[in-house]
Ligand binder design. Structure first.
Ligand code: XUL
Ligand code: CO
Length: 429
């Protein structure tokens, strides 16, 4: 179906072509495609039928109809790889359950997954698209209703180990660059039946085993935890960046486990997207991004396509400032609205959001080149560059020593210049 989307420039009004995403344009020393590292995701685009809590499917995609589940999985793969080609994205992502049907037993499910992975290997050999990350769906099946790693039943924990091992094996085989863990059911619905300390220990052990296994098979990429405070659970243990940082330190996992941050999850946690990104870099935990957006007026995970240039400019400013993506990328964990039922809507949504990201990347580049935010920021903290003050931070001064210097000083308050900085940002976006 059709020609791949390409860059035609700002003058164009064609919703199927790029106005800003010019993949070969150099942005801070790298091709734009290599800076943004877009990934199309399998679940929202190919497995979500358009339902909501009040109504059923609206999309009626042919591969969702009844029939032999493996034949349907192959049909779905054909359509998925065609979309990857149409969008000209360098990466894709999937959960085990998105790509292959569950079998009668765990072994049956693993066999199905491996059969689809054979097909992916074949398709990837002739396509441009590579795997950004794989993951296991440890939340949809009713066996996981009380959690996977944090389930009170150790048999469920063991089943989850089987599933996660197979998903990592397949991710490794397909040369995935990261492996993601999103713990949608790793939390609670009521504390009346929950032993939090015990569940956190279970989760810590589960992740440690995954890290041990990753090293054993030589999987090079990081394991990425995807923080989210709630939904589907009332409270999820991977609440936000700060919470996961504490958890990873407690279980000694900071070297191998990083973060996959998502805009809508940040908002649900009461943070901005750039708050989460900045704190992840400050904690040496930045991994990758799920690029989407929530609705300001709705308190749930609407997973809309990211279109807010200003918001993403601040995020990409932070990413570029730290040298750009390493193994991470921008994964479209985003779904079209359930009324967007034309097949074209899916392509248009990706193209528009890729363009919004490209525009934000270019704005972030200009801001960095001009030092628009960096220069005032450095000036604000410049006092800490003095030798005496560096010595404090280096642990070379006692409280008494600094206190006695404090007795000689009369600090003068200085403006935080918020409105000036907001004006600066507006000049670029
Ligand atoms: C759920 C979510 C997931 C993860 C992968 O809110 O973001 O789709 O990205 O399991
Ligand atoms: Co996500």
């Amino acid at each position: 179906m059709g020609e791949a989307a390409r860059f035609v420039g700002e003058g164009s009004t064609d919703p199927l072509q790029f106005r800003f995403y010019d993949k070969d344009r150099t942005v801070m020393g790298r091709r734009m495609e290599d800076q943004l590292r877009f990934a199309a995701c399998y679940w929202h685009s190919f497995t979500w039928p358009g339902g909501d809590p009040f109504g059923g499917e609206t999309f009626l995609r042919p591969w969702m109809a009844a029939g032999d589940p493996m034949a349907r999985a192959r049909e779905k793969a054909d359509v998925a790889f065609d979309l990857f080609r149409l969008l000209d994205v360098p990466f894709f992502t999937f959960h085990d359950a998105d790509v292959a049907p569950e079998g009668e037993t765990l072994q049956g499910s693993i066999d199905n997954l491996n059969a689809v992975a054979d097909l992916f290997e074949e398709k990837m050999a002739s396509a441009k698209v590579r795997l950004l990350w794989g993951t296991a769906n440890l939340f949809s099946n009713r066996r996981y209703m009380a959690g996977a790693a944090t389930n009170p039943d150790p048999d469920v924990f063991a089943y989850a180990c089987g599933q996660v091992k197979a998903a990592l094996d397949v991710t490794h085989r397909l040369k995935g660059e990261n492996y993601v863990c999103w713990g949608g059911r790793e939390g609670y619905e009521t504390l009346l039946n929950t032993d939090m300390g015990r569940e956190l220990d279970q989760l810590g052990r589960f992740l440690s085993m995954l890290v041990e296994y990753k090293h054993k098979i030589g999987f090079q990429g990081p394991i990425l935890i995807e923080p989210k405070p709630k939904e589907p659970s009332k409270h999820q243990y991977d609440f936000d960046t700060a919470t996961v940082f504490g958890f990873l330190q407690k279980y000694d996992l900071t070297a191998d486990v990083k973060l996959n941050l998502e805009q809508n999850h940040a908002i649900l946690a009461g943070h901005s997207f750039d708050h989460e990104v900045k704190l992840a870099y400050a904690s040496d935990l930045f991994g990758s991004l799920d690029i989407n957006r929530g609705d300001d007026l709705l308190g749930w995970d609407t997973d809309q396509f990211a279109m807010d240039v200003k918001e993403m400019t601040l995020v990409f400013h932070e990413v570029l400032k730290h040298g750009g993506m390493t193994t991470g990328g921008l994964n479209f964990d985003a779904k079209i609205r359930r009324q967007s039922i034309d097949p074209q809507d899916l392509v248009i949504a990706h193209v528009a959001s890729m363009d919004a990201c490209a525009r934000a990347l270019l704005a972030a580049e200009r801001m960095l080149t001009d030092g628009a935010l960096e220069t005032p920021l450095a000036a604000r903290y410049a006092g800490w560059d003095a030798a005496e003050n560096r010595a404090i931070l280096a642990g070379e001064r006692t409280l008494e020593a600094v206190a006695s210097r404090g007795l000689t000083l009369q600090p003068q308050p200085r403006s935080g210049r918020q409105e000036y900085l907001e004006g600066v940002l507006n000049r670029y976006v």
